[in-house]
Design a protein around this ligand. Sequence first.
Ligand code: SF4
Ligand code: SF4
Ligand code: FES
Length: 273
Amino acid sequence: MPNEKNVKFYIRRYDPLKDKEPYLRSYDVPVSKGMVVLDALHYIRENLDPSLAWRYSCRMGVCGSCGMLINGSPTLACNTQIFDISETELTIAPLPNFRIIKDLVPELSPMFEKHREILPFVVREESELDDPEGEFYQTPEQLEEFLQFTFCIKCGCCMAACPTLATDPNYLGPQPLAQAHRYNKDTRDGGRKARNQITGSNDGAFKCHYAGECSRVCPKGVDPAKAIQIMKRQLVFDFLKISKSQKPCEKLKGPGKGEKKDIPPAPTYTVQE
Ligand code: SF4
Ligand code: SF4
Ligand code: FES
């Protein structure tokens, strides 16, 4: 492979204030090994076209803001090596299933609103925050039940890939549903009943066709499709009132007083003052 190669980028442009409809514009970018799509976008803006708009922040696959459609697949621009997908040309468009603010910038608010709706936090009936009595002990096995689903960075790639959402914008979608499942499976949580009202509604989990596209494109390995199928079974069991009760977290006796079982000690400091 040569050190540097000209790659043609076909980018979908659209400024709702000026353009009647989206159009494609091409740019030649000198690409060297190690460059990701985000680097090429920076090159274009700095050298060829300062009007190109996209969203990014962390440059390391953590903030979830650079999701876009690269060669037809929703993924992160900062996490996509150009030479891994093409040495000649590639196309970039904004994430489907979202309104476009400008060029490659999708309006993600509907996803965030749905996410907020499913109570994405540990719900407690008691008021430990006001009057803490002690810590909650969770076993590694209990953590394992939901750990995978905590890796979501809210990039929206799964929502962009979902064929159900493409035809029905009211469907909650894989991101909020996977997060509802994440909290439902947390032994510290008592919010499943309240979440069921939303996840089991007409726009909830049962609209999922299990096409699995959401899990295929997720850059963090969250597997929302799996979360949704487990959730469907749980919803049916809850409806029939035959669910096994989830073993609640054991409360330790008091701050700093309880004996933690099977938890390794904290690592020693590596930086000396
Ligand atoms: S589940 Fe995956 S694809 Fe969907 S928003 Fe979270 S990180 Fe992105
Ligand atoms: S598995 Fe369900 S949520 Fe995921 S893409 Fe398919 S229909 Fe959408
Ligand atoms: S810039 Fe943060 S995930 Fe890509």
